[in-house]
Design a protein around this ligand. Sequence first.
Ligand SMILES: *[C@@H]1O[C@H](CO)[C@@H](O)[C@H](O)[C@H]1NC(C)=O
Ligand SMILES: *[C@@H]1O[C@H](CO)[C@@H](O)[C@H](O)[C@H]1NC(C)=O
Ligand SMILES: *[C@@H]1O[C@H](CO)[C@@H](O)[C@H](O)[C@H]1NC(C)=O
Ligand SMILES: *[C@@H]1O[C@H](CO)[C@@H](O)[C@H](O)[C@H]1NC(C)=O
Ligand SMILES: [Cu+2]
Length: 147
Amino acid sequence: MENPNRHLIIIITTLVEMILVFYRAEPKSYTVGDGEGWDIGTNYMAWAQPHNFTVGDVLVFKYVKGQHNAYEVSKEVYRSCDVGNGSASAGVLEKHETGSDEVVLGEARDYWFICSFQGHCLGGMKFGVNVTFALIAPPNTTHHDDA
Ligand SMILES: *[C@@H]1O[C@H](CO)[C@@H](O)[C@H](O)[C@H]1NC(C)=O
Ligand SMILES: *[C@@H]1O[C@H](CO)[C@@H](O)[C@H](O)[C@H]1NC(C)=O
Ligand SMILES: *[C@@H]1O[C@H](CO)[C@@H](O)[C@H](O)[C@H]1NC(C)=O
Ligand SMILES: *[C@@H]1O[C@H](CO)[C@@H](O)[C@H](O)[C@H]1NC(C)=O
Ligand SMILES: [Cu+2]
């Protein structure tokens, strides 16, 4: 005998799953370094590490304009802290220098950030983030029919 509520249950379950998916996908804004902002003396790799960044999230760099900057760079420049002549071919992809930079993580890839002021990158103003699609790990709904 079929449970008359079966279809209702399926509809509710589907709605709940959709709500969860949209909730997970909602972009978040992160202030780099939290209350410390973007400055010398903070371990930014340690700051970034526990976060799961997803496409659409925003990084906000807060610092005194003219004393720091936030360059998005290649992995090589992140490693070496050497921005060369500062061009794209030297590995500098984007320059943010307003003191309140909102950087949208628009793609699912690695992003690398440094401050290009002399000694600041070597002093720790550098980190990378792995940005993934919000839906890359949906609830495990693997079916076993084809086993
Ligand atoms: C990040 O993802 C991992 C693995 O899916 C999870 O264990 C961890 O709780 C997540 N961290 C945050 C801050 O959501
Ligand atoms: C900047 O340096 C790169 C190599 O790092 C070079 O390919 C490029 O031509 C240089 N650009 C300018 C404008 O000097
Ligand atoms: C992202 O993850 C890959 C694979 O785990 C790793 O090789 C890479 O260094 C990570 N990038 C960052 C910015 O942590
Ligand atoms: C999903 O569940 C199946 C069976 O329960 C398991 O073998 C598989 O490893 C799970 N996948 C993930 C990503 O957890
Ligand atoms: Cu700096």
